[in-house]
Write a protein of this length. Structure first.
Length: 370
């Protein structure tokens, strides 16, 4: 039905649209900005996406969808640039949507929420001009644009990661992810939505990972304390090899972090190697190592200790993130909540309004009454 309505659109629609585009791109700087934003990956994936939907639903629908998704992703890009986060180019994935990847994580849930809600906010702004355009032209295309814009951005506000709503809700309370999982699961069952089921799996996995990290937080802090003691002894020197090996072995069996246990095991093997060298010296009656061998041994042990220190620094950073990332003050929680609720209400009203005017449009009613 939608395809027939769109294909039956009048030339007035595209005349008005052309005028708007001409006004927006009237200055050369705007054109240069657009070419700068449209990286090769973005442009190629966009054309594939556009072609796929044009073949199925018609080119007007495809253009509208690509436009809405592109502006939405530009909202994320703008927010990421504002807080100096490096991002990958936008990629369009047929039947999935579009995505901009963060090359680095935000510092905290407040920053992540900012990046997240700018997508739906830009998405809202992208289709608001369609309201006066519909009132001026009475073309059903503009009503469809309002409906699509409201639907896409409302769906993104479901409080479940990796959707924008989940990232906004994380700054309020990660417990809201549970509500999002239940809501999307119910929606997916009712509508038999493969994408919905996929997001539920991803969101549930992310929530479980966070739960495990938070549950093991006290143990992780205890492990860090023990590892700092090990590092102190290793750097201090003066202990016999058996003493160092005892400390390292004890830590290896009590630490659960795989990378750190591998680093400890490497130190343990180096100690075993040195003990064998000393044993061979005793058998041969030689009690001194060559200067070259001593230097090699020293460099080898220092390298292993430095590697352990690097892994410990990474582990401490990870634990620190678990401790503080989702902790936000009351003011931030209220701000994120009001932004979230405000976006949901405005988008829901926009979707309802677009649906009402489209269903009551004479051309649509004629098609439905056939």
């Amino acid at each position: 039905m939608e395809k027939k309505v769109l294909n039956g659109g009048k030339k007035t629609t595209w005349g008005v649209l052309g005028t708007i585009v001409a006004l927006l791109l009237g200055k050369l700087k705007y054109l240069l900005v657009i070419f700068k934003i449209l990286k090769v990956q973005t442009l190629i994936s966009m054309l594939i996406y556009l072609g796929t939907y044009a073949l199925i639903f018609g080119w007007k629908f495809a253009v509208a969808l690509v436009y809405l998704l592109f502006v939405h992703e530009m909202g994320h890009l703008y927010a990421a640039k504002r807080i100096k986060l490096s991002v990958s180019p936008a990629i369009f994935i047929p039947f999935m949507g579009a995505v901009i990847g963060l090359k680095e994580m935000p510092k905290n849930a407040k920053e992540e929420g900012f990046v997240a809600y700018m997508g739906p906010l830009f998405g809202l702004l992208s289709f608001l001009p369609a309201i006066p355009l519909y009132l001026f032209t009475h073309e059903p295309f503009w009503a469809l644009l309002i409906i699509l814009g409201g639907m896409i951005n409302l769906f993104n506000l479901i409080p479940i990661t990796p959707l924008d709503g989940g990232r906004i809700a994380a700054g309020i309370s990660t417990k809201l992810w549970g509500l999002g999982i239940i809501s999307l699961l119910a929606f997916s069952i009712i509508n038999i939505s493969f994408i919905g089921f996929l997001i539920v799996v991803l969101g549930s996995t992310e929530w479980y990972k966070l739960y495990k990290k938070q549950k093991s937080l006290n143990n992780d802090l205890a492990e860090i304390q023990e590892l700092e003691y090990v590092m102190e002894k290793l750097k201090q020197g003066g202990l016999p090899l058996d003493g160092i090996q005892g400390i390292v072995t004890k830590a290896k069996w009590s630490i659960k972090n795989l990378q750190i246990t591998e680093a400890l095991q490497a130190i343990n093997m180096e100690i075993e190697k040195r003990k064998k060298e000393l044993y061979l010296q005793q058998l041969t009656g030689s009690y001194s190592l060559t200067e070259e061998l001593q230097t090699d041994n020293q460099d080898g042990m220092e390298g292993l200790i430095n590697r352990l220190e690097e892994k410990l620094t990474e582990f401490k950073k990870e634990v620190r993130t678990t401790q503080t990332y989702y902790k936000t003050d009351k003011k931030t929680k209220v701000q994120l909540f009001l932004i979230y609720i405000g976006l949901v209400i405005v988008l829901a009203l926009s979707y309802y309004y677009g649906n009402e005017i489209l269903m009551n449009h004479p051309e649509v009613q004629r098609v439905m009454n056939r």
